[in-house]
Write a protein that binds this ligand. Structure first.
Ligand SMILES: CCCCCCCCCCCCCCCC(=O)SCCNC(=O)CCNC(=O)[C@H](O)C(C)(C)COP(=O)(O)OP(=O)(O)OC[C@H]1O[C@@H](n2cnc3c(N)ncnc32)[C@H](O)[C@@H]1OP(=O)(O)O
Length: 215
């Protein structure tokens, strides 16, 4: 099966057959056949434990971002996590409805937090979201994310969003490919004043310690 087959790119009526698809779509979010089952790190927090924020300025989980999502993520069984957030005024796209990009951001954050159970720092390479139902302001969005496979540095994640709780209406689902990186990724690419502020503050340094790595 080619990448083109997997994405169904050739089936799209507006598709440009001469476009360099391989450059646009670098790979699917389906684990390849040689992928292995992800392994929960032996020192991963117990199921039910709150994972805390990895950075107080993070839009997804940071406590210092008034307009952020303030996601509180808990470890789940296996290589999974759960989280909730309340859709706020600042999260609107259409009147009274969440902006789709912010729902994708919530998926990004919660799937990113799966890395804490694997103990591998990883960044999003590809993120796909299916928006199934509109999500009104004021409602609680319950998220669940889990890892379905690993192939070398590549981690294949899935996530779903439900209204009001784990058994609520399924409103969106997501698939993502995360790529494991060294901590130097953040130290090298981040704006230096922010990187230094983290490195110099023991409280904000805790996400680095969680990975047991000296940057
Ligand atoms: C002071 C410090 C504090 C730090 C404290 C730590 C805090 C920890 C914070 C976590 C934060 C979480 C927050 C939420 C998660 C984000 O939002 S992360 C932010 C959004 N993502 C990014 O910014 C990533 C930007 N992209 C990149 O940096 C690079 O493209 C990547 C993803 C690291 C890959 O680059 P690379 O390392 O050079 O690796 P590369 O060889 O290109 O790719 C590796 C493999 O992945 C595949 N791949 C890469 N990209 C793609 C793609 N888009 N589609 C398909 N396949 C792909 C490649 O084909 C390749 O496959 P193989 O050839 O091995 O089969």
């Amino acid at each position: 099966m080619t990448d083109q087959d997997r994405h169904g790119a050739s089936a799209h009526p507006h598709d440009d057959a001469s476009a360099p698809r391989a450059e646009v779509f670098r790979g699917p979010t389906e684990p390849p056949e040689h992928a292995v089952a992800p392994e929960r790190h032996p020192q991963a927090p117990e199921p039910g434990a709150w994972l805390g924020t990895h950075y107080d300025q993070c839009f997804g989980c940071g406590e210092q971002r008034p307009e952020g999502l303030h996601l509180r993520v808990a470890a789940g069984p296996g290589v999974s996590v759960t989280a909730e957030f309340k859709v706020a005024e600042a999260h609107q796209g259409a009147p009274g409805l969440i902006h789709g990009g912010l729902l994708s951001a919530a998926f990004d954050e919660v799937m990113g937090t799966v890395s804490w159970l694997l103990r591998v720092p990883a960044v999003t390479g590809r993120l796909e979201t299916d928006f199934l139902k509109p999500v009104p302001v004021g409602r609680i969005v319950h998220l669940r994310a889990w890892c379905v496979g690993q192939a070398g540095r590549k981690f294949y994640h899935r996530a779903e969003a439900r209204l009001d709780g784990p058994e609520g209406l399924l409103v969106a689902k997501a698939a993502a490919l995360f790529v494991g990186v060294k901590l130097e990724h953040f130290v090298t690419h981040g704006r230096q004043e922010d990187v230094q502020a983290v490195l110099e503050d023991p409280q904000r340094y805790r996400s680095l310690r969680a990975f047991d790595v000296n940057p």
